[in-house]
Design a protein around this ligand. Structure first.
Ligand code: ADP
Ligand code: NI
Length: 220
């Protein structure tokens, strides 16, 4: 199979697996990350085939929707890639990307020898861009609603510097997630192209929060 065909088969697979996914982690999230990853890759010296496969498969089974099981995603990806005859070195790279790309795996203090690759950094930036800006705001409130969280509660203060365990357990109001993750992403971008796009999206979230508190306080 030529690479183009493999990518298209993978897209079909992901689309069908995610057909009932939560709105912020559905096929459209994958499609946006895929597009952004391809754009960022134009400015980087990377293997585009790995970038595309990794972007398509990165949320194939997010642990937070599987009782915290962090093996299901890499295993699902492996089974699929094997079934279409992909070579071992590519499968291993993709599994490493899925395992290490998430925000919370970066919070894991025990994980000192983390895997990294240029391809993963590109996909990670694309994933982070989809977590900020207008789309980021929409996804975050959708996830909060999905978990039946409060929108905001002035009495519950955000906690920055959460450990991986505390981050996963948090049931805090959705606004807190901006301080616990979203506003921190701008300074964690890996690539120059990613940083540039992140600037605007970051500013948009700051403006949103300012307006939100004004309205909360009854300004008309
Ligand atoms: P990662 O998998 O990289 O650790 P997540 O999957 O937790 O990151 O985050 C993806 C998106 O899901 C976030 O950008 C946000 O929109 C939403 N999300 C995750 N956790 C929360 C939360 N506690 N409150 C609100 N939204 C969340
Ligand atoms: Ni994602």
């Amino acid at each position: 199979m030529v690479q183009k065909e493999i990518i298209s088969k993978t897209a079909d697979f992901v689309r069908s697996v995610l057909k009932d996914a939560e709105g912020g982690h559905d096929w459209f999230h994958i499609e946006r990350v895929w597009k952004n990853a391809k754009h960022i890759a134009e400015h980087e010296d990377v293997d585009l085939f790995i970038v595309e496969l990794g972007a398509l498969l990165h949320d194939i089974a997010d642990a937070k929707f599987y009782d915290g099981d962090e093996n299901i995603g890499p295993e699902k990806a492996e089974r699929f890639l094997k079934s279409i005859g992909i070579e071992r070195s590519v499968i291993d790279h993709i599994k490493n990307i899925i395992r290490n790309i998430s925000y919370k795996s970066g919070l894991d203090a025990k994980n000192t020898k983390r895997f990294s690759s240029k391809e993963m950094q590109v996909i990670q930036d694309a994933d982070r861009l989809d977590a900020i800006g207008a789309i980021g705001i929409a996804r975050t409130f959708n996830y909060g609603g999905f978990k039946n969280r409060e929108i905001y509660n002035p009495e519950i203060k955000p906690e920055i510097n959460l450990t991986k365990e505390a981050y996963k357990k948090s049931t805090a109001p959705t606004i807190n997630h901006f301080y616990e993750k979203l506003l921190l992403l701008k300074n964690q971008m890996n690539t120059e192209a990613g940083k540039k796009i992140a600037e605007n999206r970051h500013k948009y979230m700051e403006d949103f929060l300012e307006q939100f508190y004004k309205e909360w306080d009854g300004e008309r």
